[in-house]
Design a protein around this ligand. Structure first.
Ligand code: UGA
Length: 434
């Protein structure tokens, strides 16, 4: 099939590349000339495991091409994916200007039947709006379909190639058939393609992300309570997670969820509720609790150093919002570091992938080092914000030799309590005994 993808951000790029992998002819469109030039030379503009291999293979095979011309994109694809940004507006709602702007342009350029697919996370009712906008510009036949993505950063290629489900919101049999044909190679294992109306598909995405954010937040509260009563959240988590109705995944407490999806989507659904006279009380709590959780280590650090952080030096391990990504959007590390800097502390930071992004944001207010041990040289404590695998089995002797005082504040519960204490460290983690 001939596919166009408008927007080569994270979602567009993964979608385009993976669709080329099953033999489709994919043309990706982006307004950023520099980025398009880079991609034409085979450079992947984001860090995502395995994407580079697929990218190179499909470019070489001539199945994956790039252009800045929307007109070319509209002419090329039988199916046109809109993978454009929907940033958070000041009031928490999703800003649809990119999506609706592209819809208007498509309406002016369309010459024959096309399926226009909303791939971006968009509020309920957007497919109708896109339809209206295009209809105003043209009499040519077209259908708009909602096809939310459920990709996790760091696992996006795998998630796309082996999805647990495909959700298609469509009220046209013709469009549904084309979409099913496109996705069939990805669900050979028998995972379902679930077809529904457009609004339900749009809401499915928000409901799934908000539910997961609430699940994590619930565990963060249980962890905080464990500390009050002297219970161990690791045990509680294992005890709960073995109930198949609850499930083992997404029960890991920490210093809050971040990223470009959960924070934005929870707020957008909450706002969408308000716009429709519905007060999502549970989402209100999720937002508030998560904001608090992001800096939960700070009072502990302050209390350990008796309120005086001025001139203290800390190592920060992990800056990305989660492992296997260079994405720092809404990363808990940012909030902790901002507060520590405000209190006059010095920070020596390390992350396997996110250093360039953090540098752009923090400039020379931080000290950047190129390996995890260098970060711990002469520090008063180590603070762990992201659970990269490389941090899981450190050489504790080396750490102790490097640090002024053997103190670890762990926001991701990486170590066994007894182990680390036996190594002679003061160790504070989330929902477990200190
Ligand atoms: C999330 C969803 O998992 C995807 O299904 C969805 O497609 C995507 O958003 C999106 O809307 O595009 P992602 O943001 O990449 O994916 O990251 P997750 O792996 O879901 O992690 C989100 C946050 O939750 C991270 O900050 C992570 O540290 C935190 N988390 C996750 C926990 O604190 N505890 C857990 O047990 C799991």
């Amino acid at each position: 099939m001939k596919i166009s993808v408008i927007g080569t951000g994270y979602v567009g790029l993964v979608t385009g590349t993976c669709l080329a992998e099953t033999g489709n002819e994919v043309l990706c469109i982006d307004i950023n000339e520099e980025k398009v030039k880079q991609m034409q030379e085979g450079i992947v503009p984001i860090y995502e495991p395995h994407l580079d291999v697929l990218f190179e293979r499909n470019i070489k095979a001539g199945r994956l091409t790039f252009s800045t011309s929307l007109e070319e994109g509209v002419n090329h694809g039988d199916i046109i994916f809109l993978a454009l940004p929907t940033p958070e507006d000041e009031d928490g709602s999703a800003d649809l200007s990119y999506v609706l702007g592209a819809a208007k342009d498509i309406g002016q350029l369309i010459k024959d039947y096309k399926v226009i697919v909303d791939k971006s996370t968009v509020p309920v009712g957007t497919a109708n709006k896109v339809t209206e906008v295009i209809s105003k510009e043209t009499n040519v036949d077209f259908d708009v379909v909602s096809n939310p993505e459920f990709l996790r950063e760091g696992f996006a290629v795998d998630d796309f190639l082996k999805p647990e489900r495909i959700v298609i919101g469509s009220s046209s049999d013709k469009a549904t058939n084309l979409m099913e044909k496109l996705y069939k190679p990805f669900v050979r294992s028998g995972n379902p393609i679930i077809v529904m109306d457009e609004k339900s598909a749009e809401l499915t995405k928000y409901a799934a992300n908000s539910f997961l954010a609430a699940k994590i937040t619930f565990m963060n509260e249980i962890a905080n309570f464990c500390e009050k009563v002297g219970a161990d959240v690791d045990m509680v988590r294992r005890g709960m997670g073995t109930d198949s109705r609850i499930g083992k995944r997404f029960l890991f407490p920490g210093i809050g969820y971040g990223g470009s999806c959960f924070p934005k989507d929870v707020k957008a659904l909450h706002k969408s509720g308000k716009d429709n006279n519905y007060n999502f009380q549970i989402l209100d709590s999720v937002i508030q609790i998560n904001n608090k959780q992001k800096t939960i280590l700070l009072p502990r650090i302050e209390s350990y150093f008796e309120g005086d952080l001025k001139g203290k030096t800390f190592a920060i391990w992990g800056l990305a919002f989660k492992p296997e990504t260079d994405d720092i959007r809404e990363a808990p590390s940012i909030y902790i570091m901002e507060q520590l800097l405000e209190k006059g502390a010095k920070l020596q930071v390390f992350d396997p992938e996110a250093m360039p992004n953090i540098k752009k944001r923090f400039g020379d207010t931080l000290q950047y080092v190129d390996n995890m041990y260098a970060a711990t040289k002469q520090v008063d404590a180590l603070i762990i914000c992201t659970e990269w695998s490389i941090f899981r089995t450190p050489d504790f002797d080396k750490l102790k030799a490097n640090m002024n005082t053997p103190v670890i504040f762990d926001g991701r519960n990486l170590y066994d309590l007894e182990d680390v204490k036996n190594q002679g460290f003061y160790y504070s983690s989330i929902g477990r005994k200190t």
